[in-house]
Design a protein around this ligand. Structure first.
Ligand SMILES: NC(=O)c1ccc[n+]([C@@H]2O[C@H](COP(=O)([O-])OP(=O)(O)OC[C@H]3O[C@@H](n4cnc5c(N)ncnc54)[C@H](OP(=O)(O)O)[C@@H]3O)[C@@H](O)[C@H]2O)c1
Length: 231
């Protein structure tokens, strides 16, 4: 496939390496050529079959709008821009475009979220335990809490309406990301955690989404893509 990666940071580079290794034709556009989305012109996008958007929270909505207006299916992994999702969704629907967005493209996190929801359902109605979330990411990550932590909190609250599940965020060091749900009572502690060891897991999930999306109009999440898939 002919793929455009918008954003030449840690994730853009990891996705590019993986996509080239799989035989895709890859182009990348970074910030210097794309201030306020100015590089995403119809001429530049001609022949691009799918785009992957991994930039910064303040850049993503403009990039997405330009890609959708040009009719390019887009996979977005940037976090921290989701207040704009209703506007972007209207644009996708109005243009018959295709967008798949996910705060976390790792399969392990997808399964972790399902397990966390099941665990919260077990704790629902049982007092005596505090439930809370800890998330840790490298010092350069801009948004806090992480997009994954926000999704996790929503899933937990949906399954257990008695707890708030407050989030504590740590930004330090260089690790790719960890999320921990803890239930702590006076005599015991229950912990469920996911730790990413490298960015390749996110990159592989994002690339799989890019291979899946063309020809599927609408706004999708990773759940839509993975639903029914068990490996
Ligand atoms: N969904 C997932 O699985 C997943 C996994 C990891 C990370 N993320 C998210 O993905 C995003 C990127 O992460 P990262 O680790 O790659 O961050 P990063 O290393 O900081 O890279 C972001 C890149 O975007 C570039 N950029 C900014 N504005 C741009 C524009 N208008 N056009 C093109 N490029 C632009 C930046 O350029 P400059 O260097 O010039 O600023 C930078 O190179 C973040 O929001 C992060 O939270 C998602």
């Amino acid at each position: 496939m002919r793929i455009l990666i918008v954003g030449n940071g840690k994730m853009g580079r990891a996705i590019g390496a993986l996509a080239r290794a799989k035989g895709h034709e890859v182009e990348t556009i970074g910030r210097p050529e794309n201030i306020d989305g100015c590089g995403l012109t119809p001429e530049r996008l001609r022949g691009v079959q799918v785009a992957l958007e991994f930039t910064l929270p303040d850049a993503a909505p403009t990039n997405l709008a330009r890609l959708i207006e040009a009719g390019v299916p887009v996979v977005c992994g940037t976090t921290g821009w989701h207040a704009e999702l209703p506007r972007i969704t209207r644009l996708v629907e109005g243009r018959g475009g295709a967008l798949l967005h996910a705060a976390n493209f790792s399969i392990g996190v997808h399964l972790f979220l399902r397990a966390a929801r099941a665990l919260a359902a077990e704790f629902a109605g049982r007092s005596g335990f505090d439930g809370f979330i800890l998330e840790e990411h490298h010092a350069a990550k801009l948004d806090a809490p992480s997009g994954t932590a926000r999704v996790l909190q929503t899933r937990l609250r949906d399954a257990d309406r008695e707890r708030e599940y407050p989030i504590t965020s740590i930004r330090a060091g260089s690790f790719p990301g960890a999320h921990v749900v803890t239930y702590d009572g006076p005599y015991e502690t229950v912990v469920l955690s996911h730790t990413a060891r490298s960015r390749e897991g996110f990159a592989a999930g994002a690339l799989a989404a890019a291979e899946w999306l063309p020809g599927r109009p609408g706004v999708h999440t990773l759940d839509d893509m993975l639903s029914g898939v068990r490996r």
